[in-house]
Write a protein that binds this ligand. Structure first.
Ligand code: FAD
Length: 353
């Protein structure tokens, strides 16, 4: 008998499993490596100041200190370096935007995330950003593949990982859950975009978003993450990831010419560097109708739960929200209202089955 059977070992399932193991719980993760996973293509950037308006992302003051210490602790425990703290440069696009930021900087409310506000032209390589920009701290990237690999090895060493496709029809519900020969107190589903196949949680108002990115080879190394309209993330051997696109209509995994052209156009306007494209990658983000995750237990079958809907920000959201979920599961502490399943009744779509 295990305490928790977790379905899926992307960022969500991995982080949740690690949080439960930290509290001494017995977990078993079932994952099918053969099907697509957003985590396998994610650039892994964590960025506290986002969007056109360049404002702090939801819960930033809590999420970012927690997420960096969580990944560092796991990295030390597993002996693998997968967290790469790195500044992010976000240029101002107009003089007005710069003045607004100079104002904001004076209030001090962004001090924890802003290393420096560059108030005059900023030179990087052979590019000049005429209005300057902000250089962020508490930012960087998680090498997601390496994090997932190390977590899998750790789970396997404890007999807590099974490579298999989870079949929903094989669930038997009673005071606990039977799944094939496995008995668990609860099953927590973390299947990312595959939640659509889940008979219990599939009806939740998810709003999946396809994303594409390019792996390019550059002539010169980059030392900073660039982020405005697109991101350019330095990788080993003078390579960089350039992304990403957002498409809610085409949810296929086929790389598109349209996405490549858009990314290349933005790349050329960002950097005057020659590059060659090495690869184009696609994935489906498990986003939701209101851009907040879905976390909680099924109202009819509390043996079943969900930790999903991490959308575009799995790396920064997962550690803190998994901690809150574990406190909810083990100590009955309330979850933040924004992630509760019932909220969807108030918005688009209803959650009934
Ligand atoms: C192009 C792109 C770029 C991105 N860049 C970033 C970024 O820079 N920073 C960031 O924070 N986020 C980024 N994201 C978003 C990030 O990828 C997601 O937030 C995150 O990966 C979601 O993780 P997940 O574990 O919920 O889902 P997934 O990663 O999709 O994992 C789901 C897992 O469940 C398994 N599974 C599903 N169904 C079954 C089944 N029936 N049986 C067994 N196993 C099953 C799958 O195999 C998979 O391993 C990006 C996404 C895309 C597409």
């Amino acid at each position: 008998m295990v305490d928790f059977l977790i379905v899926g070992q992307g960022i969500a399932g991995s982080v949740l499993a690690l949080q439960l193991l930290k509290r001494g719980k017995r977990v078993l993760v079932i994952n099918n490596k053969k099907i697509n996973s957003a985590s396998n293509v994610a650039a892994g950037i964590y960025n506290p100041i986002t969007g056109r308006a360049m404002v702090k992302t939801w819960l930033a003051d809590t999420l970012f200190p927690y997420c960096t210490s969580f990944y560092q602790e796991i990295s030390q425990m597993l002996g693998v370096q997968f967290l790469h703290p790195m500044p992010i440069f976000r240029p101002f696009l107009t003089a007005q935007e710069r003045s607004k930021w100079m104002e904001r900087a004076r209030t001090g409310s962004y001090d924890d995330f802003v290393e420096r506000v560059v108030g005059s032209a900023y030179h990087q390589g052979n590019m000049v950003y005429p209005y300057g920009g902000i250089i962020l701290k508490q930012s960087g990237y998680l090498d997601v593949k390496s994090f997932l690999r190390a977590t899998r090895t750790h789970l396997e060493a404890q007999d807590a990982y099974v490579e298999a496709n989870f079949v929903y029809d094989h669930i038997r519900l009673g005071s606990h859950v039977d799944y094939q020969h496995i008995k668990a107190h609860q099953i927590i589903f973390c299947e990312g975009s595959h939640v659509k196949n889940n008979p219990f949680f599939g009806p939740l108002p998810f709003c999946l978003v396809k994303g594409e990115l390019l792996l390019v080879a550059l002539q010169q190394p980059l030392r900073i993450i660039y982020n405005r309209c697109i991101f350019v993330l330095p990788q080993a051997e003078n390579r960089a990831l350039v992304g990403a696109t957002y498409d809610r209509q085409d949810l296929s995994l086929t790389p598109t010419e349209k996405a490549r052209q858009l990314l290349e156009k933005n790349l050329r306007s960002t950097f005057k560097l020659s590059y060659t494209i090495c690869e184009q990658r696609t994935g489906i983000r498990p986003a939701t109708f209101d851009r907040r995750p879905f976390i909680g237990l099924d109202p009819c079958y509390p043996q079943l739960g969900i930790f999903n809907g991490l959308g575009t920000k799995g790396v920064s959201l997962a550690p803190y929200l998994a901690k809150r979920f574990v406190e909810y599961l083990l100590l009955q502490k309330e979850l933040p209202i924004e992630v509760q399943l019932g909220r969807s009744r108030l918005g688009k779509g209803t959650y009934v089955h």
